[in-house]
Design a protein. Structure first.
Length: 137
């Protein structure tokens, strides 16, 4: 069985490599290519934190009604429908972040910091899940 820590580290490493921009093109002084690092780094941390929260919440009691199954054997727990909703939420936040950063280049640093703080919140919830849930003891 794989531990939650190994899953978090694997998600973070995968996200870092996925967020690395390609430097094949020449950029001019007005493109602000280095400022994209804030956005890609922030989205990477956010996706890694969301993945860690997902991995530690699987089949566990869920307080958030939007993510909990409403009926069936997993009623009140985080299962398939919660996974779809969490994936859509995370992907939507990433797309909106890139759209805002493309439209307003001066906000890239703030968008990245916002995504990093959201990812830190998800990671904190993942660590709490490993302490509270009996599955991880």
């Amino acid at each position: 069985m794989v531990s939650a820590t190994k899953l978090c580290v694997a998600a973070f490493v995968l996200g870092v490599f996925a967020g690395t921009p390609c430097r094949a093109q020449e950029t001019n002084i007005y493109s602000h290519s280095d400022s994209w690092w804030w956005v890609t780094g922030g989205v990477t941390v956010q996706v890694a934190g969301s993945f860690a929260d997902w991995a530690t919440s699987w089949k566990q009691p869920e307080a958030n009604r939007m993510l909990a199954d409403s009926s069936g054997p997993y009623a009140g727990r985080f299962y398939r429908s919660g996974t779809i909703r969490k994936g859509l939420l995370t992907g939507g936040m990433a797309l909106v972040s890139f759209a805002i950063a493309k439209k307003f280049p001066r906000t890239r640093k703030f968008v990245g910091l916002f995504n990093m703080s959201v990812g830190a919140g998800y990671a904190a919830e993942a660590f709490r899940n490993t302490q509270v849930n009996p599955y991880f003891k």
